[in-house]
Design a protein around this ligand. Structure first.
Ligand code: 1HN
Length: 349
């Protein structure tokens, strides 16, 4: 490849004249913004062990009352992006949120899209757009852009969940803001009841729901049962995976991030295709080794790790006689919208 001219090749006076006019020559930076064949990435493969994180989160519960936090969260930050930038990847923010018995995280809405993956504790509810969603382990609960949401806890043990937001990309777009609100009135009806049978959707008086977000809570019991049924029905299927979708149209349930649940069969080793979007893996149940690029992460239950885009990932179920279940979040809806989505297929590590 042709070497291009450097900044230092230009006379000092010329460089200063450019700067004075807010001008920059492209050619010294052209190769950096268009690296050959594979993008440069700041996203590093990182593992967050729940056993290491949990005591620090509980300590936050002692140190910072709800009134001083509004949302009591420890952010899972990728050092490759700078910890202070609070991102795991260009488009993904992750946080672990703690709600103690009796606490209430007040109602607000904001432009970034969020989901919660419940990790531990019973008796908490997230109310989204008036729908009171019980939070049970493994449940996925959406809080799409612009919808009011608040959290309350009626149980007697701490509740912890993983927040996944598209905050970094919304913030980068200079489109991130929030609005504080009042306690919401609860409205009747639950999306997960209306859409309890895939393929059979409510059609009152022949009309389908016009709601952009018809289903807000995806109970883990249903997703797990779907994976077990799929795996049993198709014994030769290698990747026993389901996607969380909008049940009205089968599209991604939110705007920028995609969500999936994967079942690894007992002892299974699964190579994932090399694709453009970065991914997050969160172990709901079981025991899994994640090989990300050259690194191996031994995931215990409730552990989380991430993989940059254009990186090979292999997941090994270390349980010889039980399946393991992994929740996956990725940036693929965003990459598709941007027209840069790529799947390069299987490549050796
Ligand atoms: C947010 O609204 C929540 O509602 C959690 O629980 C984490 C991180 C950044 C911006 C908004 C919540 C958040 C957040």
């Amino acid at each position: 490849m042709q070497a291009l001219g450097r900044l230092e090749d230009l006379p000092q006076a010329y460089r200063e004249a450019l700067t004075a006019q807010n001008l920059v020559p492209l050619w010294p930076s052209l190769r950096a913004v268009l690296p050959p064949h594979v993008p440069s990435r700041n996203t590093r493969p990182i593992h967050w062990a729940y056993a290491a994180l949990r005591p620090l989160l509980m300590q936050a519960g002692e140190l910072t009352p709800m009134e001083k936090a509004e949302r009591r969260v420890l952010v899972l930050a990728n050092p490759g992006h700078g910890l202070e930038n609070m991102k795991v990847s260009p488009a993904i923010y992750l946080g672990m949120q703690l709600l103690l018995p009796g606490e209430w995280a007040p109602s607000h809405r904001h432009t970034p899209n969020a989901v919660r993956m419940v990790i531990e504790g019973e008796g908490a509810y997230t109310t989204v757009d008036g729908e009171r969603c019980p939070m049970q382990r493994g449940d996925l609960i959406l809080t799409p852009t612009g919808l009011w949401h608040e959290h309350e806890h009626t149980g007697d043990q701490p509740v912890v969940w993983l927040d996944v937001l598209d905050l970094p990309i919304i913030y980068y777009a200079e489109a991130s803001y929030g609005v504080e609100g009042q306690r919401q009135a609860i409205t009747p009806g639950h999306g997960e009841q209306a859409y309890i049978r895939g393929g059979v959707v409510p059609t009152p008086l022949f009309e389908r729901s016009p709601r952009a977000y018809p289903m807000l809570r995806y109970p883990w019991a249903d997703a797990r049962a779907a994976l077990l049924a799929l795996g049993a029905d198709q014994p030769a299927l290698e990747a026993v995976q389901v996607g969380y979708v909008n049940p009205e149209n089968g599209h991604d349930p939110q705007n920028n991030l995609g969500f999936y649940a994967l079942m690894l069969r007992p002892g299974q080793s699964l190579c994932l295709p090399v694709r453009s979007p970065a991914c997050v893996f969160h172990l709901i149940e079981g025991c899994v080794d994640a090989l990300v690029g050259g690194e191996t992460f031994a995931l215990a239950e409730s552990d989380t790790c991430c993989a940059p885009g254009y990186t090979s990932v292999t997941l090994n179920n270390r349980q010889p006689d039980q399946p393991s279940f992994v929740f996956i979040a990725d940036e693929s809806p965003l990459h598709r919208k941007l027209g840069v989505y790529e799947n390069r297929g299987l490549q050796s590590q």
